[in-house]
Design a protein around this ligand. Sequence first.
Ligand code: F6P
Length: 368
Amino acid sequence: MTQSNRIKRIGILTGGGDCPGLNAVIRAVTKAALVDHDLEVFGVEDGFLGLIENHIHALTFSSVSNILDRGGTILGTSNKANPSKYCTSHDGKGHPIFEDVSELVVNNARAAGLDVLVCIGGDGTMSAASGVIKRGLPVIGVPKTIDNDLMHTDVTFGFDTAVTTATDSLDKIRTTASSHHRVMLVEMMGRNAGWITLHAGAASGADIILIPEIEYDLDKVCDTCLKRSRSGKAYTLIAIAEGARPRGGEVVVDHVVHESPDPIRLGGVSEVLCGEISEQTGLEGRATILGHVQRGGTPTARDRVLATQFGHRAVQLIDNREFNQMVCMQNGRMESIPISEVADQQRLVTIDHPLLQACRAIGVSFGD
Ligand code: F6P
């Protein structure tokens, strides 16, 4: 490497929905860059918004001290600031007008002296990064999301914490379900992927698990609840994903964020299904939507470890000048994959997934 093209300064941003473990990655990248590689590190505030509006600041040892176990992100984030589709204004009817501001982002990054950008995010952030890469700014991706739905990585950090939180909630709801002899539905996040629900449902021994990848049959769900009740079981615990839908039916949309490139926000299917089960079976039901509690709080030990490994690997990739790659975990090994292969894709639960098969084998119903 010649002196002139030596990497001297890196930027870090966190994009999309937050998740536990983001700070652990920021800490690992910053420390590895400062200690091992004599690089300067700058934090970009609120995802790509910080490069659109020029909000960046230097990160030092003291800025990343004592953040390993802290939820959220010290840099802030945004899920509306995708430079390739950024809402710059609204028309007369209040509809958003989107523009591609990737060029501006790259110019601002260069003006700030950033030689490479570490983008910690999900499929949307990797897609946003692709536009920046095309304009010549090198990027390293780090996969985050509680949904665990990124392609080409066995796991994303944040997922383990979300599953732990959801499992804890399911365990708590089981006791009240038992006292009141109710059908209890617990709705989990995940967009169109059922990973959180499958894992938390399995961990808490849910009787019925409903995920987006398997459309449910209302009659079969009701039948399972009735059979359990008639056989003397005190209650039925249903783990349901926000993206679950009935056979031939639609997902339940909670609201639309018009300024977001990915505007649909799911939520409420558990309440709809709860009403239908109660009406059809006469059993008393209650629905609980866990919501953003799954995204908050202290990362589990497993997520802290994964985040630290991902952060370290990101700096290794920079050192090796292996740009425009996303760090990933494949078969237990730290690897990397071109960001272009990950952007705008979702990894879903497959019907033959071993955990799904194991649940079926022990009598869990998937409503099909
Ligand atoms: O992708 C993470 C996630 O928490 C999804 O599970 C959920 O559908 C969505 O983000 C919620 O987004 P918001 O924070 O914008 O409501």
